[in-house]
Design a protein around this ligand. Sequence first.
Ligand code: 5RP
Length: 222
Amino acid sequence: MNGKYNASKLALSLIKDEMTIGIGSGSTVEVFLNLLGEKIKREGLKIYGIPSSYQAMLAGARNGLIITDLIDREPDLCVDGADQVDNKLNCIKGGGAALTREKILAFASKKVIILVEDSKLTDKLSMPVPVEVLPFAYGYVMRRISKICKPRLREGKGKVGPIITDNGNFILDCDFGVIEAPEEVEKELKSISGVVENGIFSSKLITGVIVGNNSSAKLLKL
Ligand code: 5RP
């Protein structure tokens, strides 16, 4: 069994009948949803899901969650993946370009659990930070952001030109090298007009990280 499966299996124990879940995006969340779907069927549970992307919505519906939104409910628990997790449990997210809705769900949820394979753990964050940008502001944001990092417009796969997020925006992958102060970088990015959101998720938002490897999983908390 792989790390995604073992992390998801442990996360399943947090799910109770009638819960509302914030559904993150990505392949790990999909593994979790497939397992949750089996549990829903087996135990006859009623689980509400607020998805962060079309991928999450379709995978949630396919697995028997009742798909709803933030108008109706607020999540008891948000379950999401991450691209990198540092030793203080700060994360970089947005590999699937769903970071904006994922961050909104994380803020709206009572608890946030991140599921990762152990290969995502690192001492300090260092991968490029995904930044969602309004297309109208692209030129301005590129010039402004280039003063603090090396940005690259994310190109689509199966589509020419830039990828377009579920919100109709562009993604810039912004290389800061090793990030010594994630919260400062997050704040600075947020202060740029035209930036919708960025992929730094401070540990303050996160209740715990479940790390899976080939044989087991464990919950990390600060
Ligand atoms: C999507 C995300 C994902 O959670 C992140 O990219 C991890 O994905 P995966 O589980 O496929 O490795 O932030 O925007």
